[in-house]
Design a protein around this ligand. Structure first.
Ligand code: AMP
Length: 300
């Protein structure tokens, strides 16, 4: 099968109570594609400026990510996001967002990607997400992610995209914001009535719940002792999840359950270091070993 990811490739400035990292590599598309690259050869659609480091492009290529949809704007500056975490790593505040080359970006799906089997619309402006539907030929699975910024600023556009997609990745706060329902189970069910047939609800350190019309499935999170930088955990989860489905080539309830575990495995690694650093040393055998740990955790 084939997986195409549309999203941001970014510089992130991260502040934790102990450390500040200036302009390290981040972006929803970057995290997602790197995680997916452990299972398949994802293609990306994104934009960067001329200031984006060639060594990172070389790293993405080395991980066999298809970069035909990555646009480099001559003289442009790469999207920059700055976030701050408090003592509780589950809470972060966005300090600034510099759209830069993203400001005028209109994602264009290269001809080679138009027949993608799985399309993932990572967190970007929902108007851009909607436009991408017009450019692809009926994928087997369409999935999306979003953030509070779009739920608040573009609710109508977001609802239009939600009505079109098959699978929605969201955290508990986002589902509550969209549906206006506090009870998570009711909120999840209400979300399914909007459009998607599957909702993957990420609950951070509490694991994940999968809602579908006829079933509810849940797993615990990996019991991580150190969380260095949670940035990108959601995108990494989506990358592991969709990369696995692309690899097995079957989108069945059983494979969706396994995909949730692979998503959680990939996310559990990325939080162990800043930005995309952990991907530089992570081996496929590490991924498989942690998958086995998850199996043991859930067997009773
Ligand atoms: P996550 O921690 O999975 O929610 O994703 C964090 C990533 O999202 C960071 O690496 C940011 O560069 C990226 N990001 C933050 N805000 C935006 C935005 N408005 N549009 C696109 N990407 C964003």
């Amino acid at each position: 099968m084939s997986l195409v990811i549309v999203g941001s490739v970014a510089f992130d400035t991260i502040e934790t109570p102990l450390v500040r990292k200036e302009k390290i590599i981040g972006g929803s598309c970057t995290f997602c594609a790197l995680a997916a690259s452990y299972f398949t050869r994802p293609g990306i659609v994104a934009v960067v400026g001329e200031d984006f480091p060639p060594e990172t492009i070389a790293f993405l290529k080395k991980r066999r990510i298809d970069l035909r949809g990555l646009k480099i704007v001559p003289g442009g500056k790469t999207f920059h996001w700055q976030g701050r975490y408090g003592e509780d790593p589950n809470h972060r505040t966005t300090i600034r967002t510099d759209l830069n080359v993203f400001q005028d970006f209109r994602p264009e799906i290269p001809a080679a990607y138009k027949k993608a089997d799985i399309l993932f619309l990572a967190n970007i402006d929902p108007d851009l997400q909607e436009n991408i539907f017009l450019q692809v030929e009926k994928p087997k699975l369409t999935a999306m992610d979003t953030i509070g910024l779009w739920i608040e600023s573009k609710p109508e556009a977001l609802l239009r995209v939600l009505r079109k997609i098959d699978l929605f990745f969201a955290n508990d706060e986002e589902v509550r914001m969209i549906t206006g329902e506090r009870n998570l189970i009711k909120a999840g069910q209400r979300l399914l009535s909007i459009g998607p047939s599957v909702l993957v609800l990420k609950k951070g350190e509490h694991g994940a719940l999968v809602f579908s019309r006829d079933a509810l499935f849940g797993i615990v999170a990996y019991p991580a002792e150190t969380v260095v930088d949670p940035t990108g955990a959601g995108d990494t989860f989506a990358g592991g999840f969709l990369g696995y489905l692309d690899q097995v080539g079957r989108i069945t309830p059983r494979e969706i359950r396994r995909a949730v575990v692979y998503g959680s495995v990939m996310a559990s690694f990325i939080i162990e270091d800043f930005g995309i650093e952990r991907f530089k040393t992570l081996k496929p055998r590490d991924v498989q070993a942690r998958y086995e740990v998850f199996k043991k955790l859930a067997t009773f």
